[in-house]
Design a protein. Structure first.
Length: 117
């Protein structure tokens, strides 16, 4: 359906599915660039090297039909680099969203109860 943009479309879906949590629960995750950098830099170099090794050894490949064809350093596709940027941020947003769900729900229910009184 998305052809060469399939992998990018999947990443776009992850962004849409998780980034709204920043605003819905006022998480302030995106306002803490140091925390984001630590999260991304903790895993990304290791996994990029792992990908590069696996690609060079033909352990796995990325479909040319589903990716943009832009290949970055170490022979790793652009989409895979973006994956290691988007997924850690989405993970933090999801974790913080879950942590904040019940306190936020409790707050909303209290406001409804207050409004009805």
């Amino acid at each position: 359906m998305f052809g060469h943009y399939s992998y990018l479309a999947m990443l776009g879906f992850v962004v849409v599915a998780s980034f709204w949590l920043e605003f819905a629960f006022r998480l302030r995750v995106l306002r803490d660039p140091i925390r984001l950098a630590k999260t991304i830099l903790a895993a990304t170099p290791i996994f990029i090297l792992w990908d590069a090794y696996a690609i060079s050894q033909k352990h796995w490949t990325f479909s040319e039909a589903l990716t943009s064809g832009i290949i970055g350093p170490f022979g790793v596709p652009l989409e895979e680099y973006l994956f290691f940027l988007v997924i850690p941020i989405a993970s933090i947003l999801t974790l913080e969203g879950v942590r904040n769900f019940f306190p936020t729900l409790k707050f909303w229910l209290a406001k409804v109860k207050e409004f009805r009184s």
